[in-house]
Design a protein. Structure first.
Length: 535
């Protein structure tokens, strides 16, 4: 045992090499790490991210003896993983996509560990490294889609539970009508902030669960329906308690406390599931991969050469020469070059709008407009360069809301927000989402735009939106990111705009009439808009 504690002592050269890597990574990913810690983790849905690094460090420390027993076998194969990570860095940096930068950081970090330790050592801490991915929030567009589905499922289950209790309840979308009041199942009640932490917790439990592999898989996957069910129970319980204690149970401290209470209730359920799974065949407890690797590496670690020296003792010779290893120098150089280019070369020239939107006409064809103003809290979040928001009305009194946001350059945290992301976050349900071709007159080519019929409570609206980007009309967020990356490299331009047009659809109005109204407005407004958006 004393021998092993000697062998796990970190050598001075390892501290120096590790310090150089840490400084290099901090230089390259400084803005992404600050965004992760101060922005993403500050959101309640992902506040558990603060404890993930602590758990990862503990899991690696837990495997310290097995790591010490394996001979480091540096390999150039891992350098390819580092290069992939750097490529993703440029994709995320130039396209303004944070999640891509997070994956880039993870790949480079794992690549560096693999580079100097070899595959056998990497396998020992592979789970903690994979577990690190849990600290990165999902992309916004994916989060909103998941949130919408979770809200819908939780609302349905909540109403079903209220019916079981014997309480009258009616659901319309994400609104639960109890007769004496209505409960709005908003994003905060979707259950995402229970699903993600419970998935992380169940993954840890599955890792430590000494049972057959299928039992571990079941334990992990069961966390998703478990989180949905307990969240639905919370919604139903809120409806029941509302009738006794009033609105205070649906807001403020009591609402937040009920969430923590339900989450703590889910933990014993996971433990009870582990107990039940242990009773099912096969009952024999497996030693697990950890034990098998440990036994193997223990024997390898004790091997000595003919001079009586272990491989670890031999690796300590010429410690500081490893700082001159080609693979170490190549990795540090590529990180420093990446930092220098990202900070020293301006890939995003600021392209001013052709004409300010303050000059945009309020009379376009048969439409007469009234300019609107956006509240400061939204201006602080959206961070566009210029915008116009106006309500246009035709001769029959039908209205269309016209909104354009222009960005003279797009970067992390300052890029276009798609209505597909923002509107569901405001409680709108997307129905019949897809594309539509706008026939254009005057020698213009037909234009494909996004189309969605959205519903919120009793309100119904038809939405068209698209992204004018440096002479292109894009409809897909993936296209948006790829072309932003490519144009930043080839044109040093990332300017672009979002155009969103909405018209209300009354209950008595046919959807086809609203469709014709929007298409007619688009045909009138696009030639005028072209004078303002740079090509």
């Amino acid at each position: 045992m004393l021998k092993f504690f000697k062998e796990i002592t970190i050598k001075p050269v390892s501290w120096v090499r590790g310090g150089i890597y840490v400084v290099s990574l901090l230089l390259v990913y400084d803005s992404s790490l600050r965004w992760l810690v101060f922005e993403d983790w500050s959101r309640e849905d992902y506040s558990y991210g603060y404890i993930i690094p602590v758990v990862v460090i503990y899991l690696i420390w837990e495997n310290r003896l097995r790591l010490a027993s394996i001979l480091p076998l540096p390999t150039w194969k891992a350098f390819g993983l580092v290069c992939v990570g750097i490529a993703l860095f440029w994709l995320g940096e130039l396209a303004g996509e944070q999640y891509t930068l997070y994956i880039s950081l993870w790949l480079v970090f794992v690549g560096i560990i693999w580079l100097h330790n070899g595959w056998d050592r990497l396998k020992v801490i592979l789970f903690p490294l994979i577990f690190m991915l849990a600290m990165f929030p999902l992309p916004y567009f994916l989060t909103n889609r998941i949130t919408f589905q979770l809200r819908l499922i939780s609302s349905k289950l909540g109403v079903w539970m209220l019916h079981l209790y014997g309480m009258s309840a009616y659901r319309e979308g994400n609104v639960i009508d109890l007769g004496f009041t209505q409960l709005q199942v908003v994003d905060a009640c979707s259950g995402l902030r229970y699903v993600m932490p419970l998935m992380v917790l169940s993954l840890l439990l599955a890792y430590w669960f000494r049972a057959h592999w299928w039992k571990r898989v079941v334990l992990f996957l069961s966390s998703i329906p478990l989180a949905i069910v307990v969240n639905s129970f919370r919604i139903a319980a809120t409806g029941v308690l509302y009738s006794f204690f009033g609105a205070q149970v649906a807001e403020g401290f009591f609402h937040a406390f009920s969430g923590w209470l339900i989450f703590m209730f889910a933990i014993p359920l996971l433990l009870a599931e582990m107990w039940i799974l242990r009773l099912l065949p096969p009952r024999k407890q497996t030693e697990g991969a950890k034990g098998a690797i440990f036994a193997k590496t223990m024997s390898e670690g004790d091997k000595e050469d003919k001079n009586g020296r272990s491989h670890i003792e031999k690796s300590r010779k010429g410690d500081f020469r490893v700082l001159l290893q080609p693979m170490f120098l190549a990795t540090v150089i590529i990180l420093i070059l990446t930092f220098s280019l990202s900070r020293g070369v301006d890939f995003r020239q600021k392209v001013p709008i052709s004409k300010p939107f303050s000059q945009f006409p309020m009379r376009v064809g048969a439409w007469h407009g009234a300019r609107g103003e956006m509240e400061q809290e939204f201006l602080d979040v959206l961070k566009f360069s210029d915008y116009i928001m106006a309500d246009y009305t035709d001769r029959s009194g039908k209205s269309v809301n016209f909104y354009v946001a222009y960005y003279q350059d797009q970067r992390k945290g300052e890029s276009i927000h798609s209505p597909e992301t923002c509107l569901p976050g405001s409680g709108w349900d997307f129905n019949e989402a897809g594309n539509v071709i706008i026939p254009a007159g005057g020698g213009r080519s037909p234009m494909k735009v996004n189309r969605a019929f959205i519903i919120k409570d009793s309100s119904r609206e038809l939405v068209y939106y698209w992204f004018p980007q440096r002479g292109r009309i894009l409809t897909n967020l993936y296209q948006l990111k790829i072309y932003t990356f490519w144009d930043a490299l080839t044109k040093r331009r990332t300017d672009g705009a979002l155009v969103r047009i909405i018209t209300p659809v009354s209950e008595k109005e046919k959807l086809v009439d609203a469709e014709a109204r929007l298409q007619g407005f688009v045909q009138e407004i696009v030639p005028v808009l072209d004078e303002y958006i740079p090509k």
